[in-house]
Design a protein around this ligand. Structure first.
Ligand code: KG4
Ligand code: ZN
Length: 359
């Protein structure tokens, strides 16, 4: 089954062509081609994503990227696909529509015999662990029912979402908890702005936070003594929910009251406080539900600091799965994967923008 996937839910314009090959040994997939066009430069002057600019960029980039895919992904121009998949939500309404309309267009003109299907962006992140080398899927084999994955606990942490999910299988999951206000990614972006860092903020905060600690772990007393103390939100709330607006306000007030504060120390203390409840609650949920593995997904999972913390928590207890960093931030490969799994399960989404779609 060859799937061409379109992702335009926010500020990345992405297309991918994946080929899924089934045999008795399981399913193997090849990423035949993938392209992600980032809009960072277009949004940087505004310090965040501007929806109408994002739509304009998607509409400008999609035909260029598709043309490139047509020339490079298919043998001698024989453009064939069994499925055209497109993200229908959640995301920014105008951005989702630009992807959906484009998918309809290429379906009609280039792949009239293919199925045209909608994909939930969050399922893309949820299944991105299948792109990790450690999931027993080396050589890009979808061989996951080997007893070391499920039940699994997954932290899905992105610009729009902060969720803790219990996965009993690929198609059976339950949201254990989520943020009551801001998402962790959004909080990184806001704190970045307070620290005068450019958009996108998450990686900039991480870089700054890393600058005050040694490469090999960095909890030396000397560096910790300089750190301001921020509340670690919801650590003892007794459930699996999160909250980030209080931490955001604490950083704002600290910077107001300490105008000459060491910004690297603030970034580092903020990052520690933001990640503590994620790691703590993932551990609690994994213990409570007898998890065999813990997974990390979504844009914030691109953080090396978070990956290291979750990996350390898992050591000797749980298998740890996360995709390479570039597949944690938005991409179309994960959308093709979700489309494939939904095809097998017969799960469908309607072909229209659903900005508030949930898992
Ligand atoms: O999944 P994603 O690409 O888009 C959404 O679906 O929301 O996530 C983007 C989010 C942004 O908030 C960005 O700041 C955050 O992921 N992010 C990071 C890092 N890299 C990206 N946050 C913290 N540390 C990072 N290294
Ligand atoms: Zn995303």
């Amino acid at each position: 089954m060859r799937i061409i996937a379109v992702e335009t839910s926010c500020d990345e314009t992405a297309l991918a062509v994946l080929n899924f090959l089934s045999s008795e040994a399981g399913t193997r997939y090849e990423i035949e081609r993938e392209i992600v066009a980032s809009q960072i430069e277009a949004h940087r002057p505004y310090g965040g994503v501007v929806p109408h600019i994002a739509r304009r960029e998607h509409e400008k980039n999609l035909p260029i990227i598709f043309d490139n895919i047509l020339r490079t992904a298919f043998n001698a121009g024989a453009a064939e696909a069994d499925v055209v998949a497109v993200t229908v939500g959640p995301g920014l309404d105008p951005c989702l529509w630009s992807g959906i309309n484009f998918a309809k267009d290429i379906h009609k003109k280039h792949f009239p015999g293919a199925k045209l299907v909608g994909v939930n962006h969050l399922e893309g992140h949820l299944y991105s662990f299948l792109l990790s080398q450690e999931a027993g899927i080396t050589n890009r084999k979808l061989r996951i029912l080997n007893g070391k994955v499920f039940p699994a606990v997954q932290l899905l942490v992105s610009g729009g979402h902060t969720m803790l999910i219990l996965m009993r299988s690929l198609s059976d999951w339950e949201i254990l908890g989520q943020t009551r206000d801001d998402s962790v990614g959004e909080t990184f972006d806001k704190v970045a702005r307070m620290l005068g860092l450019p958009y996108p903020g998450g990686p900039e905060v991480e870089k700054l936070a890393r600058s005050i600690v040694s490469e090999n772990g960095g909890n030396s007393r000397a560096s910790c003594a300089r750190l301001p103390s921020f509340p670690e939100p919801m650590m003892h709330s007794g459930d699996y929910d999160f909250s980030y607006s209080g931490l955001k306000t604490a950083v704002l007030y600290y910077l107001r009251d300490h105008p000459s504060a060491d910004k690297a120390a603030v970034a580092r203390a903020f990052q520690e406080a933001a990640f503590a409840p994620l790691v703590h609650k993932a551990k609690k949920a994994a213990e409570r539900h007898g998890a065999k593995s813990v997974m990390l997904s979504g844009g914030v999972a691109a953080s090396r600091a978070l990956r290291e913390k979750v990996q350390k928590m898992c050591r000797g207890r749980y298998n740890f799965f996360t995709a390479p960093a570039e597949y944690n931030t938005d991409n179309a490969v994960m959308i093709a994967l979700a489309a494939y799994i939904n095809q097998l399960a017969g799960k469908k989404y309607k072909l229209g923008a659903q900005p508030d779609l949930s898992l």
